[in-house]
Design a protein around this ligand. Structure first.
Ligand code: ZN
Ligand code: ZN
Length: 363
């Protein structure tokens, strides 16, 4: 069944500002899935887009973390696990539509597909139009991985399933098939906190480097030991802060034969570090970049949330109506909370959180 021509309202980058815009949504095509957003969150890379650190054209639909309910679906549609999808089903989904057949898709780099469509980074004037997740409605292309959401997890737990949680799963996977006994996570934004949670759940002893108290406390509640700097000889370091100095420090501290996974450095040209290649060669280091994730990571992430999500400290604080999305961005820029939430069904602001400080990228 196809929905009739409709409209969607979304946060859009317009001439450098965040604007709330309403656009027409053409009739849904076969295979596409329409989702009414129940909760969305502002990610660090949304802040990069809005601040201009990440180049984005005017008209870019903002937001790539959301959870919602199916409002438009084909008869007989299924999720990525083959379970039926019907109107009203609560779903989580990826932020990436990839072709599945190009050289990159065929070699495990679907997130770098040559014809990738990334929600939250595409234009609201190009198909499938409803590409902003800070919106009342999203139209998912057939290539997007969709999973039915577990009933026992609420929206606040699930909201980062399109970015931070699977990115952390990809970060853990990048360490290799055998996890080390110990690891250090640098930066306890959303990705860093999910890294801590996943590693601790896997039996890894985790140290965390995070200068901001609220985030550090969240990491400790997840089982990490706070340390002022990456301990010398750490077998694995997962760098999620994106601070160049932290990357340089991590390269020096990681132990012989160790792995350094870089997840936070997503602003090209922001700053450079000096690297003595002999440091990498003589100490047999492995340095791996992790940007986004693939469908396997999405499934891993949801399985992990299913087992541990109900006991996790809440990373999302506050809730703004869609009409107050600018205030939500201001809070995200100013706050220490890993995530500021937007609830499109709500029309009144309820900011419970607005502490001072910066907000780093997660991806
Ligand atoms: Zn993100
Ligand atoms: Zn491809």
């Amino acid at each position: 069944m196809s929905a009739a021509a409709d409209v969607f309202t979304a946060a859009v980058l317009r001439d450098g500002n965040v604007e709330l815009e309403t656009h027409e949504l053409p009739t849904r095509r076969p295979g596409e899935l329409d989702v009414a957003v129940s909760l969305a969150a502002i990610c660090g890379s949304d802040l990069h887009t809005v601040s201009g650190r990440r180049a984005a054209p005017s008209g870019t639909g903002l937001g790539h973390e959301a959870v919602g309910r199916v409002v438009g679906v084909d008869q007989g549609a299924t999720d990525a696990r083959g379970r039926p999808l019907a109107l009203g089903d609560r779903v989580v989904f990826g932020m990436i539509a990839s072709c599945g057949s190009c050289d990159r898709c065929r070699t495990g780099l679907s997130m770098k597909c040559r014809s990738v469509v990334k929600y939250g980074h595409a234009l609201v004037t190009d198909p499938p139009f409803a590409v902003a997740m800070l919106a009342d409605r999203i139209r998912l292309l057939p290539e997007v991985t969709v999973l039915r959401a577990p009933d026992h997890l609420d929206d606040e737990v699930l909201v980062s399933m399109a970015c931070a949680v699977p990115t952390a799963a990809a970060g853990v996977r990048a360490l290799g098939p055998t996890l080390p006994d110990e690891a250090t996570v640098v930066g306890a934004g959303a990705v860093g906190l999910y890294l801590v949670g996943m590693l601790v759940a896997a039996g890894v002893r985790v140290a965390v480097v995070e200068p901001r108290g609220i985030r550090r406390t969240a990491a400790v509640r997840l089982g990490a030991e706070p340390v002022p700097a990456v301990p010398e000889g750490t077998p694995a370091v997962l760098e999620a802060s994106g601070a160049p100095a932290a990357v340089a420090e991590a390269v020096q501290a990681v132990g012989v034969g160790g792995c350094l996974a870089l997840l936070g450095s997503v602003s090209p040209g922001a700053a450079a570090i000096t690297l003595d290649p002999a440091t990498v060669v003589l100490r047999r280091l492995r340095i791996v970049g992790v940007h986004n994730y693939d469908a396997e990571d999405l499934v891993t992430a949801l399985d992990w949330l299913g087992r541990h999500g109900a006991r996790l400290p809440r990373l999302v604080e506050g809730s703004y109506g869609l009409a107050d999305v600018r205030a939500a961005f201001a809070a995200a820029f100013a706050g220490d909370s890993p995530r500021v939430a937007v609830r499109p069904g709500a029309w009144t602001s309820k900011p419970r959180w607005a502490p001072a400080g910066g907000n780093r990228a997660c991806s």
